[in-house]
Design a protein around this ligand. Structure first.
Ligand code: PLP
Ligand code: COI
Length: 371
């Protein structure tokens, strides 16, 4: 696609697509968007070199990027990414949810992968510029949003194993609806005993591409066992629950007449989810007790069998909240809440979505107005 240079800002050059899509074509593409299948018309690219630091960014037409075949990302995998969303508000404005938290986590991932950090305000500005350009790609329906995917790759052409000296930060956007094809129906999970996602000292708390590559074989095993998703155990004891696929996990207990919403504590091997952190706070606002604990597979099964646990669900930006209906492992299986979505998962999901879509007031200042 050819580009037309228009208004440039101090930090970004702007080259708009010469042939924008008609609104009819855009509406067609946005029907039942699913997740990560269609992309908007522009992207942001910011180059980095060790010598010059971060260069001027560019908002340009969405399209392929050219890489040297020796680019070190292709060989040694220096690649990190983030994911957050822009939501249409009732008055037509567009807001993102806690984008600075994603910027900080991006930099934590960068540090772990020996990559350069991107200034937090530049990360947020890059997203704002892209979203303003693509505001017509932000869906209106609750549960739909514009998913932002910032990522950074090592582009230096060098086969020596070392931290690269050149990188690209790229941001693309994708209108999104339900992450899982079945919508918010409860999933069946497979407790993986053959594979681990993350070990102490490893990259589990970073959002780096390799973590996802390494998870795929376990996901394939889960599918072969008739399950939708894999549940990861800790690498040392192989007992404690860490995450479900690419999402954090929550358990709902009834303790002494109280509803307690519990998530595995962060140990350095879990991805510190922004949805996880937000739900811990929302749960308290809704009158639940919210705690971070260590939960073993045995605790999980016993609490269900004894009726002390009433629900389990996973959470993350892409799928929001996904109830867990059935748990399977090499040693047996058990059902949760008769395989149905429970009231606490529903209540939390609704509270989070209402906040993100501006139906409820943003008392925590989590929403960032873009346009
Ligand atoms: N765990 C993993 C491994 C993830 O990839 C993600 C997604 O980013 C999450 C948890 C949930 O994090 P968040 O709520 O910030 O999207
Ligand atoms: C999430 O947002 O929960 C994710 O795990 C993103 C996924 C598509 C990598």
């Amino acid at each position: 696609m050819t580009a037309l240079s228009t208004s440039n800002t101090a930090r970004f050059d702007v080259q708009l697509a010469r042939e924008p899509l008609s609104s009819e074509e855009r509406a067609k593409r946005m029907q039942n968007p699913g997740f990560g299948k269609i992309f908007t018309e522009h992207m942001v690219v910011i180059p980095y070199s060790e010598e010059l630091g971060w260069g001027k960014g560019v908002l340009k037409p969405y399209g392929p990027i050219v890489l040297d075949p020796a680019a070190s990302v292709l060989h040694y995998g220096q690649a990190i990414f983030e994911g957050f969303k822009a939501y249409r508000q009732p008055d037509g404005h567009v807001k993102t949810f806690r984008p600075e938290s994603n910027a900080h986590r991006f930099n934590a991932s960068a540090r772990r992968l020996a990559m350069p950090e991107l200034p937090v305000d530049l990360f947020v500005e890059a997203a704002d510029i892209l979203i303003r350009q693509e505001k017509d790609w932000v869906p209106n329906a609750i549960g739909e949003s514009l998913y932002l995917r910032p990522f950074m790759i090592a582009t230096e052409a060098a086969l020596g194993v070392k931290a690269a000296k050149e990188y690209l930060f790229i941001l693309i956007a994708s209108p999104s609806g339900a992450y899982f094809p079945q919508g918010v129906k409860p999933v069946t999970v497979w407790i993986s005993e053959n594979y681990v996602r993350a070990a102490p000292g490893g990259t589990g708390s970073a959002k780096c591409a390799g973590n996802y590559a390494a998870s795929l074989v376990a996901q394939t095993e889960a599918k072969a066992e008739g399950c939708d998703q894999v549940v990861w155990l800790d690498a040392v004891h192989r007992r404690y629950i860490e995450e479900m696929g690419g999402m954090n996990i929550f358990f709902v207990y009834k303790e002494g007449g109280e509803t307690v919403v519990v998530t595995p504590m962060l140990t350095g091997t879990l991805l510190p989810g922004i949805t996880r952190l937000s739900l811990l706070e929302i749960a308290k606002k809704l009158g639940f007790r919210a705690e971070e604990r260590r939960i073993s597979v045995d605790d999980w099964r016993e609490a269900i069998l004894e009726g002390r646990m009433t629900e389990a669900f996973a959470c993350g930006t892409a799928a929001v909240i996904t109830p867990i209906g059935t748990v399977k492992s090499a040693h047996g299986e058990w059902q949760i809440n008769r395989g149905e979505t429970g009231p606490v998962a529903s209540q939390l999901r609704e509270a989070l979505l209402n906040l993100q879509h501006g139906v409820d007031a943003d008392l925590n200042g989590w929403m960032h107005q873009v346009c």
